[in-house]
Design a protein around this ligand. Sequence first.
Ligand SMILES: *[C@@H]1O[C@H](CO)[C@@H](O)[C@H](O)[C@H]1NC(C)=O
Ligand SMILES: *[C@@H]1O[C@H](CO)[C@@H](O)[C@H](O)[C@H]1NC(C)=O
Ligand SMILES: *[C@@H]1O[C@H](CO)[C@@H](O)[C@H](O)[C@H]1NC(C)=O
Ligand SMILES: *[C@@H]1O[C@H](CO)[C@@H](O)[C@H](O)[C@H]1NC(C)=O
Length: 454
Amino acid sequence: MAASRSLAGLVLALIALHSAASTRYAPNWDSLDNRPLPCWYDEAKFGIFLHWGVFSVPSFGSEWFWWSWRQEKSPAYVQFMNKNYAPGFTYADFAPQFTAEFFDPDAWAELFESAGARYVVLTTKHHEGFTNWGSPVAWNWNSVDTGPHRDLVGDLGKAIKKRNLHYGLYHSLLDWFHPLYLADKESGFKTQYFVLAKAMPELYDLVMRYQPDLIWSDGDWESPDTYWNSTGFLAWLYNDSPVKDKVVVNDRWGINCSCHHGGFYNCADKYTPSTLPDHKWEKCTSIDSHSWGYRRNMQVNELMDEATIILELVEAVSYGGNYLLNVGPSKEGLIVPIFQERLRNVGKWLSINGEAIYATKPWRVQMENTTCKLWYTAKESAVYSIFLKWPVDNVLKLQSPKPTANTNVTMLGLTGLLKWKQDPELGLLINLPMIPPGVFAVEYGWTLKLEGVH
Ligand SMILES: *[C@@H]1O[C@H](CO)[C@@H](O)[C@H](O)[C@H]1NC(C)=O
Ligand SMILES: *[C@@H]1O[C@H](CO)[C@@H](O)[C@H](O)[C@H]1NC(C)=O
Ligand SMILES: *[C@@H]1O[C@H](CO)[C@@H](O)[C@H](O)[C@H]1NC(C)=O
Ligand SMILES: *[C@@H]1O[C@H](CO)[C@@H](O)[C@H](O)[C@H]1NC(C)=O
């Protein structure tokens, strides 16, 4: 019996292996959208996003500095330039000041790991077109020829891969002011000069050089995926690239792709669904609520605090999403102390409550808001209930879980079972310890682990 069962298992495994090996994706969305998402991504839940480039030099306004100044001629930017720079100073003149002299990739990686992140996504090239690696098709507009004179993408990648972190590469398809892009735009995107000369060569170069775990595509919104040749690239990525088995991509591959095609869905920036989506998704957001790139003039009241970050993380995970939290490094290569403090505090919270976050699945109820406000996640036979406000009477009231005679309730970070009883109206009442919140954990939220509930 045992032998025939394991033989059957072997045959099944071989069939699965064979069909996995023989799956080839065609360069169309019907085929590409069928690819299962490599499971590391859903398990990871929390990532760090980094917007770093020449815009980190003026570090004023946002990473859209060049566009705001030159294209929109926004008065704040024009005045900033008139006041602080000589006439004739161009955006390209900022590049030599992108010095990154304090950039310590191992220190960054240590910080991200301490934050409890499981992946890191770096801008390899934002819409300004400047590449943070020595792209052969970004002549004199890359971090090796000018500025830091360093392969920033490669150096961070080495440090990330030494730790328990996956490495993701953000890549903007468009370059705002590249002459070939402007020519294609002029033709109504009938020509593909820019795609052939810049966008596609750089994407293939990034994959071959750095073998990323994730490609976070952006800058797609002015033209259809047929212009970008997105499906051709993705078919190669999924079929023949060196990362075909592990790579994950998002959904920004041309007009109307977002929220419809690709790997996981970002939909809009800071996307916050209020019902459970039927497709894996990610919320990206930034600690600095005004910008993704570093701003020297940011004020503390413009930053997300730890309680807000943890609330958003919990909310995203209970609704089946991942949470990608951005910080903008400075031109010198520093992640400023206020960002470090935020990240390390989130990490402290996760060091206790991470069991209810990592590798969890959404439960049958995501959130309840009747007597107490709380969020649910599930893993194996446990249901986790996360609450961010300590009830004044030390009794947490849960409406959704149905207890059994065997139900056990514990709090993460605390030993021992908690007393509970079922009340016909108020639901499951759980006596919390009479300890002021914050003594046994960081005070941003707590997790009950419920075993033996329905
Ligand atoms: C995008 O979707 C809109 C609305 O469905 C449609 O009108 C438009 O033609 C689409 N654009 C492209 C490039 O497919
Ligand atoms: C688009 O992708 C296809 C399939 O990989 C390839 O044959 C073709 O050369 C690509 N075209 C461009 C413009 O990159
Ligand atoms: C929770 O309930 C309160 C009071 O009914 C309401 O003001 C609030 O908007 C609700 N929050 C959510 C996320 O549903
Ligand atoms: C609850 O704890 C008791 C005693 O430790 C154990 O026998 C029982 O199996 C637990 N119930 C569940 C559902 O894990």
